[in-house]
Design a protein around this ligand. Structure first.
Ligand SMILES: [Zn+2]
Length: 220
């Protein structure tokens, strides 16, 4: 079963994807990576993308669609996780037409449902060790460093990761929810949508994802 992940900031989509790749050999397809790879290849398209991005402009849906279609066509029977796409209803419709063309119907759309307050604490509370990379969270007792601002493991300084303030995070989160809600309706109508409670530990979320993949029935 292929997976489309739709998740607000700090819902733990990255961790889940990593686990699925490791345990079930999923191919992780992120549109951000596809763009970066194409630029690296120095292809004609890659050069165009490079120009667009250096000017600070957004890469068009057409270009992203082309890259995505190539990637999906070149899968050799691997299951895939689609990450970062579709972001809006127009992209969801484009994706559906690519899937139809390539005869892809064995997929589920998984929405990681997360409360704004928790998302904010996860995102803004996160501190990382500048030396060993260990990560902590200043909001959650289980994840706090023993000494404020100091890594338990190596004693180095901890740094905040997010650029957001509470206000900008909440705005970003709300925008995400607003843009995504028609996408969720779209997949619900197609009977491809699963909504998972992501306000729990990531191991628990992973178990629920596994159950969905094993049962293979969609439409709840
Ligand atoms: Zn450290």
């Amino acid at each position: 079963m292929n997976i489309i992940f739709i998740a607000p900031p700090a819902a733990g989509k990255g961790t889940l994807s990593d686990k699925l790749v490791t345990k079930y050999d999923y191919k992780h397809i992120s549109t951000g990576d596809l763009l970066r790879e194409e630029i690296k290849k120095q292809s004609a398209l890659g050069k165009r993308i490079d120009k667009i991005i250096s000017k600070g402009e957004l890469v068009s849906d057409e270009i992203i669609t082309e890259l995505l279609k190539n990637e999906l066509q070149n899968l050799k029977g691997e299951k895939f996780i689609l990450d970062g796409y579709p972001r809006n209803i127009a992209q969801a419709e484009i994706l559906k037409s690519i899937f139809d063309e390539l005869n892809i119907d064995n997929y589920v759309t998984i929405y990681l449902d997360l409360e704004e307050e928790l998302a904010m604490k996860r995102a803004l509370g996160r501190v990382i060790c500048s030396k060993c990379g260990a990560s902590y969270n200043t909001y959650f007792e289980n994840f706090m460093p023993k000494k404020t601002g100091i890594c338990d493991k190596c004693g180095s300084e901890l740094k905040h990761r997010a650029d957001d303030t509470e206000e900008t995070f909440k705005k970003r989160f709300q925008t995400y929810i607003d843009v995504t809600s028609p996408v969720l309706d779209y997949y619900k109508k197609l009977e491809k949508l699963y909504v998972i409670d992501a306000n729990v530990e990531s191991d628990e979320v992973f178990k629920v994802v596994e159950q969905i993949l094993q049962s293979g029935n969609v439409g709840n």
